[in-house]
Write a protein that binds this ligand. Structure first.
Ligand SMILES: [Zn+2]
Length: 304
């Protein structure tokens, strides 16, 4: 463990070298945790040179990734380098919405204050710096969607909650969520095909982490299905929880996309869901393409 400058936000952070995989993990309270190659192209300020875009976009990207996945960012495709080469700039409206959502996610009722930590959390809405994040917050105070109780405590007002509901009907954090019901044994199918397909179609995938006991439907799963606008069910392997979760979503009126691995015309479906159309896939590249195209065709309004 050594202290180094965060190559993204330039704060002094703890890092840990992982020589076996050629990566260094940075634990930045602002940007989140991330693993990147040990770069030698730092400029004199310690930041990554040759980025091609402002560093705050990367701070936002990595922090957002941490928030969504609840774990350190590590680039999935090593061949393309350790950091994304193209990043999307959010519109001003999106940045403001993200600010409100972020604060709403930190509280559960309209009188329960959310604790602000601007210095730590400024990248969550893709602000350029602390001052800009503060201006986003001030906008919502002026709009009477937020109210200060003290310098660092705000509450979301009744009007604020109405705005939150308008922006995210399913209650998703910062975007539309697709719940992925998949057997734990198919983790590789998720990482290599389903997650990139869903992300590239402009959705946020949610998968129950491995530490939740399989075949046990807990409150967290039910809550996450409720806040999703789409459920993707991988039938391969025939786990009961996949069918339970898909059935629960269907009962709530949430659309279900059925997937099944098949190398023949007649897939071996363990449970009779044959009256529904299944996306039959042969390998990861095939699944990635089919699933992305299917989601985009169904939801053309969701942008990458
Ligand atoms: Zn940082």
């Amino acid at each position: 463990m050594e202290s180094m400058q965060c190559p993204l936000c330039l704060a002094q952070v703890q890092t840990e070298s992982k020589p076996s995989v050629g990566l260094r993990r940075h634990m930045c309270p602002t940007c989140g945790s991330f693993e990147v190659e040990d770069f030698d192209d730092f400029d004199e300020s310690g930041a990554l040179s040759n980025l091609g875009y402002p560093r705050y976009l990367l701070s936002h990207y990595v922090r957002d990734w941490n928030e969504r996945h609840g774990k350190a960012y590590a680039h999935a495709d090593r061949d393309n380098g350790a950091l994304p080469s193209k990043l999307r700039t959010l519109s001003v409206t999106e940045k403001l919405q993200r600010t409100l959502m972020w604060i709403a996610d930190k509280t559960s009722t309209f009188y329960d204050p959310a604790k602000l930590n601007r210095r730590r959390d400024w990248p969550v809405a893709q602000a350029r710096d602390v001052a800009e994040f503060d201006r986003f917050i001030q906008y919502w105070v002026d709009e009477e969607a937020l109210k200060y109780l003290s310098d660092d405590d705000v509450i979301v007002t009744g009007k604020g909650w109405r705005l939150v509901d308008e922006v995210r009907p399913g209650g998703t954090k910062g975007g539309r969520q697709a719940f992925v019901a998949i057997p734990a044994a198919c983790a590789e199918d998720y990482e290599r095909a389903i997650r990139p397909a869903v992300t590239n179609a402009g959705w946020i995938p949610y998968r129950v982490e491995n530490d939740v006991v399989e075949d046990k439907i807990c409150d967290q799963i039910v809550a996450e299905i409720r806040r999703s606008d789409l459920l993707i069910a991988e039938c391969t392997g025939g786990r009961h929880n996949v069918f339970y979760e898909a059935g629960f979503a269907a009962g709530l009126g949430i659309p279900v996309i059925w997937l099944a691995k098949s190398n023949s015309e007649e897939p071996d479906l363990p449970f009779d869901t044959r009256q529904y159309q299944h996306l039959l896939w042969s390998d990861h590249a095939d699944l990635r393409t089919q699933l992305r195209q299917h989601i985009q065709a169904r939801y053309p309004d969701v942008k990458e």
